[in-house]
Design a protein around this ligand. Structure first.
Ligand SMILES: [Fe+2]
Ligand SMILES: [Fe+2]
Length: 709
């Protein structure tokens, strides 16, 4: 106001000075121009003076009036402005505090400020504005005040101290304004305690939710319909190997799905969001960690919708099953290995056929190690040479000509040094493989030779060949060696069995040859029909087979038939070879020959199962036989069968009393007539059933004939 007044005075004075100057400069010249008479000029000078007074008075009046009107208008505007300011300040819902810009002393405050601080307006006025804030904030407030004073408009969030000592969070907007020509700092304080409380609640809720998310031992990830990651929990960040803030905002598929699966994963995600795929489905798919390693995750998905029900994102929870899968695979692999070893165990117990064992072993190796071909070379029993024994997976037959000295070639070295030998590329001339011509056209690349060692002796070598690179890890190599050891045992067992069987066979042949020699010697002494023993033995065996007896029993039956009259060794020649009829004593002695046979053969364990025929071949079904008078089924079956064969052969024997040639049917009728008295009816029945096979066969010619003598 003072400034305005000074301006007005200066303005009026200036106008008056200008007018006075112009008057003085121009009035005398104008008068001299208009009036020539000097006397009249003097009179006119007087009038001119009066005129100057009148005009200058009028001018002053006009100027003062103008200035007063201007001032009145200004004051009116100020009043209106102040009224508006006051109204606004009072009506403001925020606290308004006006402080002197120079000192920071509060010169005005509204009702809301009093409510906010708990300090009456009258007390607020006169306080320093920084004192409204907690002690720890005051320095900051002073700095802010300085910034405001230098012309800035500041917005900040601080706390305000209440009278009773509590603090409330406020947002402060402050700027410098000019009130009545005086610079003041107008500060508006907004109570944000409710917002802060709400923010705090929200923060706690978020923290709690975050805690739940983080405590979960599964990946929790929210991927928006724009494919960007909206949220990831701690476990997810840990699995992906990146901090959470580097994951959120990234494209999930481009960043965390293996490249070869991205297209299908995206398609699945689109189907999920569109509702084509069920969200609750369980799926296993890998994620790509920062390290470049893949982890297998078992996912479940839930859709997230906005207020309008539109699907905006998918919440996926995923369990890292990588370790479990690996463990399962290892367990499965080990189970497979155990099964393979068990299969070899079964081979050992189920068959002794070396060719079958080798074939099964090679099939098992090829299947277990997923290789293209494998073969076994066995050590020759008589020379240090490895020779082909079995193969599988070869396209050509060249490998079957394989033969290597011990220490020669890779297989020979494996056998000699008893260690696994391998080469990554058989095509390399420096690989040491000496039989490339034998596998021409096979295209093999990788090669392993594994010695087959049983009981400390090298039995052979297993060779594995593959048409692409193959590297067995330590565990696979160990398993291969275990497999080879088991196979070597099987091979050893089969070889032993072969040898044993061969020896046994040779022994049995020797026994049988001996028995046949005995039988021939007896025939010579007894002067019975030539080859009688051989014929009855064959017929006895045929009848036994017709009666479905076991082959292992038939072997003993044949031996028993060969030795049926062995007991006659104990009969003196004078009786055995007597031409005429025997005396009663002689006959009685003769009837002892089955007993002699029994006593001779019983100590021989090998022939004990064959005793039935030598001991009982003269027993009769009706009990009238000798030496013990056994009856019916008391008589061993072998002896019952033999009795029929012996009679059948006797029918056709030249030195028997049958002189008239008998037809086949008559001979059969004769046998049929003996059923139930001399012979076992069941044996007779079985014999007659043989009909075309044996019954009509002539004992001497072995040919079918209509009649016999
Ligand atoms: Fe006899
Ligand atoms: Fe006989």
């Amino acid at each position: 106001m003072e400034r305005t007044t000074s301006k007005s005075i200066i303005r009026i004075t200036a106008w008056y000075a200008v007018f006075g100057g112009l008057w003085i400069a121009s009035s005398d010249r104008l008068l001299e121009f208009l009036v020539a008479d000097p006397h009249r000029i003097t009179v006119m000078q007087t009038y001119k003076g009066w005129a100057f007074v009148a005009v200058s008075a009028l001018l002053l009046a006009l100027l003062v009036r103008r200035e007063l009107l201007a001032r009145e208008k200004t004051e009116q505007r100020l009043t209106a402005s102040e009224l508006k300011y006051r109204t606004l300040v009072e009506a403001a819902n925020d606290a308004v505090i006006v402080a002197e810009a120079d000192t920071g002393v509060i010169i005005d405050a509204n009702r809301k400020a009093a409510e906010l601080t708990g300090i009456p307006i009258s007390s607020l006025i006169g306080m320093r504005q920084p004192d409204l804030h907690p002690a720890q904030d005051r320095q900051h407030c002073r700095e802010v005040f300085e910034q405001v004073r230098s012309g800035g408009v500041i917005q900040t969030a601080r706390c305000m101290s209440r009278r009773e000592g509590s603090e409330i969070p406020v947002e402060i907007s402050a700027g410098v304004i000019d009130i009545g020509g005086k610079k003041v700092v107008l500060s508006i304080y907004r109570d944000v305690s409710e917002h802060a409380a709400a923010d705090e609640r929200l923060r706690r809720e978020k923290e709690r939710a975050r805690m739940y998310l983080d405590v979960a031992d599964v990946i929790l990830a929210v991927v928006g319909d724009d494919e960007l990651v909206k949220l990831i929990n701690r476990k997810g960040a840990e699995i992906l190997g990146l901090p959470e803030e580097e994951i959120v905002g990234r494209n999930w598929f481009d960043s965390f799905v293996p490249e070869d699966l991205r297209a299908s994963a995206r398609a699945g995600f689109r189907k999920l969001l569109s509702g084509e795929a069920g969200p609750a489905g369980y799926a296993e798919s890998p994620v790509l960690a920062k390290s470049g390693r893949e982890r297998t995750i078992a996912w479940r998905h839930t859709l997230i919708r906005d207020e309008a029900g539109r699907v905006t994102a998918a919440l996926s929870s995923g369990e890292d099953i990588t370790d479990r899968k690996q463990a399962e695979e290892q367990a499965s692999c080990r189970l497979g290995n155990l099964a393979a070893l068990h299969a070899i165990d079964l081979m050992i117990t189920s068959t002794q056929d070396l060719r079958v064992i080798l074939r099964q072993f090679l099939d098992l190796v090829v299947a277990q190690f997923h290789v293209d071909a494998a073969d076994v070379m066995l050590v020759n029993r008589h020379a240090p040479v490895l020779e082909y024994a079995a193969e599988t997976g070869f396209h050509t037959a060249g490998i079957r000509r394989s033969s290597l000295r011990m220490g020669e070639g890779l297989a020979g070295i494996a056998a000699l040094e008893r260690r696994v030998i391998s080469t990554p590329d058989l095509r390399d001339p420096a690989s040491g493989f000496l039989r490339p011509n034998l596998i021409d056209g096979e295209g093999f690349v990788a090669y392993y030779a594994v010695p087959l060692v049983a009981k400390g002796i090298v039995k052979g070598v297993l060779e594995i060949m593959h048409r692409s690179p193959l590297v067995l890890d330590q565990e696979q190599r160990e398993f291969l060696e275990s497999l080879a050891s088991q196979a070597a045992i099987a091979i050893d067992n089969a070889s032993l069995f072969d040898e044993l069987q061969r020896s046994n066979m040779e022994l049995m042949l020797a026994y049988d040859a001996t028995l046949e020699g005995w039988a021939r010697a007896l025939e010579l002494r007894d002067r019975v029909t030539e080859r009688h023993t051989e014929r009855v033995s064959e017929l006895t065996v045929s009848i036994a087979r017709a009666m479905d007896l076991r082959e292992e029993d038939i072997v003993h039956i044949r031996r028993g038939a060969l030795l049926h009259d062995l007991g006659k060794i104990g009969i003196p020649d004078s009786i055995l070879r007597k031409e005429g009829p025997l005396t009663d004593d002689e006959r009685e002695l003769m009837r002892q020959h089955p007993v002699y046979a029994f006593e001779m053969l019983k100590p021989i364990a090998y022939l004990r199962p064959a005793l039935d025929i030598p001991y009982c071949h003269h027993e009769r079904w009706d009990g009238d036989g000798y030496p013990r008078g056994l009856k019916g089924e008391q008589i061993p079956l072998a002896a019952r069968i033999f009795a029929l064969a012996d009679i059948w052969d006797a029918i056709f024997s030249a030195d028997r009393p049958y002189r008239r040639p008998l037809s086949r049917s008559e001979a059969c009728d004769h046998i049929r007539g003996l059923a139930g008295n001399h012979l076992d009816p069941k044996v007779v029945e079985a014999f007659l059933r043989m009909d075309d096979q044996v019954c009509p066969v002539m004992p001497h010619s072995g040919k079918k004939e209509e009649t016999v003598r």
